[in-house]
Design a protein around this ligand. Structure first.
Ligand code: BTN
Length: 282
């Protein structure tokens, strides 16, 4: 646990209150799963996903949450870097121990996208979109990304770490040049700065509700709402998978969260893991 987590709420200055420290978050964490004693805040970390996975391997319980104000080696999907400047955004990883088969783990990314979309929409922000499988877009720009990493062995899923990076109060100037104009921050569309502790508390409360339902009933009942947030079906896409890349039309999302893409020759491919590009945007 970091030294900053020892700062009591009474001692915290107004600026520190804007940091989601353990002391600030404790009264806001009211759910069963995300309890104050499982919440860990760091001023600086290399990667919250790396730290959460290390603790998960050592037996950290479900509901362990790792948050950093800044990451020096934030990880994105497909080996990419996640830009993580201090004092502005949210970088958060959640340890889960779901009773899922390995092939169902990817659904947690879809669930998390839905949870993020609900949280942002709940703030009165219209037009948020989920891009399969792990992006949250606003006005066509990237607002948040999700990195789900799991450990599996012959007895099943040992743990899952769901990492969430969401652009809240940052600016284009803080981004690496190649991302400028491609990302958006929530403060860009709101009148004022986002209260990071409050946002995180809302996000975790939404996660608690969504994950509870998901554990009981699976992704199926969430599918329609997920589709309503997605800008996917019916659109021409370029699919990039580990072994191949092909063009087609996104036709459907099945109950397990896999994407069905129809190729020009009419054949259907079920995409379990991959990346998509909307070819009409190019
Ligand atoms: C992506 O869109 O490629 C996924 C980005 C995920 C970034 C978050 S920030 C918190 C957590 N810790 C990490 O190192 N990565 C995830």
């Amino acid at each position: 646990m970091s030294a900053s987590s020892l700062v009591t709420a009474a001692e915290a200055t107004a600026a520190e209150r804007q940091q989601p420290t353990a002391a600030v978050m404790a009264p806001l964490l009211t759910g069963d799963r995300f309890r104050p004693e499982r919440y860990h805040f760091f001023s600086v970390l290399d990667s919250t996903n790396r730290q959460a996975a290390q603790w998960a391997r050592a037996g950290a319980p479900e509901g362990t949450v790792v948050v950093a104000d800044q990451q020096t080696a934030g990880r994105g999907r497909l080996g990419r870097h996640w830009s993580s400047p201090a004092g502005v955004n949210l970088y958060c990883s959640i340890v889960l121990r779901p009773a899922l088969s390995p092939r169902e783990v990817a659904q947690l990314t879809l669930l998390t996208g839905l949870v993020l979309a609900r949280t942002v929409t709940g703030m009165g922000v219209a037009g948020v979109e989920i891009k399969w499988p792990n992006d949250l877009l606003l006005n066509g720009r990237k607002l948040a990304g999700i990195l789900t990493e799991a450990r599996m062995d012959s007895s099943g899923v040992q743990y899952v770490v769901v990492g969430i990076g969401i652009n809240l109060n940052g600016t284009d100037a803080l981004l690496p040049p190649e991302l400028r104009g491609k990302a958006i921050h929530l403060a860009d569309v709101l009148r004022g700065m986002v209260d990071r502790p409050r946002f995180l508390a809302d996000l975790l409360a939404q996660f608690e509700r969504g994950y509870g339902r998901f554990c009981q009933q699976g992704f199926g009942p969430l599918r329609e709402e997920w589709l309503a947030f997605s800008r996917l079906l019916g659109r021409p896409v370029q699919v990039r998978m580990a072994a191949e890349s092909f063009a087609g039309q996104a036709l459907a999302l099945d109950n397990e969260g896999c994407l069905l893409v129809q190729r020009a020759d009419g054949t259907l491919t079920r995409v379990v893991a991959g990346d998509i590009l909307f070819t009409e945007d190019e």
